[in-house]
Design a protein around this ligand. Structure first.
Ligand SMILES: Nc1ncnc2c1ncn2[C@@H]1O[C@H](COP(=O)(O)OP(=O)(O)OP(=O)(O)O)[C@@H](O)[C@H]1O
Length: 224
C-alpha cells in the first residue's frame, strides 16, 4: 500500500506539489495522469526516496520514508528507458540484474518472469536484436524478478507500436496481488488496465475511479 499525506515539494520558490494526498491500496492499479510539467516525475521520485520530502509523509507498506530509510526492496521501479546490456542475451541480462539483488541467482524465478512477459523463447538472443517492445518487456521482467508488492511504472508503453503496447499490457494485466502506480497519457490503456486515476493539476492531486475520471473529461477527446 502507498500512502501519501500532505506532500509538499518545490524547486527553489516554485511549488510543484501542494498538500498532495494519495492512497493506493493493494490490488489497485492507479494511473498517474497530468499535463507535461504537472509534477508526475516529482511525485515518483519522492516515492522512490530519490527526492527528499520537503513537507508531508509517504508510507510504503507501513514503512514511513525518511532520509535514512528508503523503501528500495518494497518498490519495483520500471523507468521509461531501462538501461540493459545490448551485447548480452536476454537471459544474461536477467542474471546480471538478479545478482544486483542477491548473490544467489534464482533461475526458477528468472524462468517464471521471462515466461510472464513472453520472452522465454527469445532468452538466448543477444538483445541488440530485440525490438523496442521486447526490450521494454525485458525491463519489466527485471523489475518483476524482485517480486516487490508495489510497482511504479513510468510510461511503460512509451514509444511502442500497437503490437508492442498490446504485449506489455497483457503482461501487466496478468499481475496479481500488487499495488501499481503507472504514469500514462493513453486513456485507452488506462481503461484496459487501471482501477483508478490520480490526476495532478495545478499542484493538486485528485483520485478518481476510472469511470469517474472519464466523466470529468479531463483528457482531450483524442486521448480516449
Ligand atoms: N530539478 C529541477 N529543478 C527545477 N525545476 C524542476 C526540476 N525538476 C522538475 N522541475 C520543474 O517542476 C515541474 C514539474 O516537473 P516534473 O518533471 O515533475 O513534471 P512531469 O509531470 O513529470 O512532466 P513530464 O510529463 O513533462 O515528464 C516542471 O515545471 C519542471 O520544469
Amino acid at each position: 500500500m502507498i500512502d501519501i499525506q500532505n506532500l509538499h515539494q518545490s524547486y527553489g520558490n516554485k511549488t510543484v506539489l501542494d498538500d498532495v494526498n494519495l492512497t493506493i491500496e493493494k490490488d489497485e492499479v492507479c494511473a498517474l495522469v497530468g499535463r507535461n510539467g504537472a509534477g508526475k516525475s516529482t511525485l515518483i521520485n519522492s516515492l522512490l526516496g530519490i527526492l527528499p520530502i520537503k513537507k508531508g509523509t509517504i508510507t510504503i507498506n507501513g514503512i514511513t520514508l525518511t532520509k535514512k530509510s528508503r523503501p528500495q526492496n518494497e518498490i519495483g521501479y520500471l523507468p521509461e528507458k531501462f538501461m540493459l546490456y545490448p551485447l548480452l542475451t536476454g537471459l544474461d541480462n536477467m542474471r546480471f540484474f538478479a545478482r544486483a539483488v542477491s548473490n544467489q541467482v534464482d533461475e526458477t524465478r528468472i524462468e517464471k518472469v521471462l515466461k510472464s512477459v513472453n520472452l522465454w523463447e527469445d532468452r538466448n538472443t543477444v538483445i541488440n536484436g530485440y525490438s523496442k517492445g521486447m526490450l521494454q518487456r525485458l525491463g519489466l521482467a527485471v523489475t518483476l524478478y524482485q517480486d516487490s508488492s508495489i510497482l511504479v511504472l513510468d510510461e511503460p508503453t512509451s514509444g511502442l507500436d500497437p503490437i508492442g503496447r498490446k504485449e506489455i499490457l497483457e503482461a501487466l494485466k496478468a499481475l496479481k496481488n500488487k499495488t501499481i502506480l503507472l504514469s500514462s497519457h493513453h486513456m485507452d490503456e488506462i481503461k484496459q488496465l487501471c482501477t483508478h486515476v490520480a490526476f495532478l493539476d495545478e499542484r493538486k492531486m485528485t483520485k478518481y475511479t476510472v469511470e469517474e475520471f472519464l466523466q470529468t473529461q479531463k483528457l482531450g477527446e483524442n486521448d480516449k
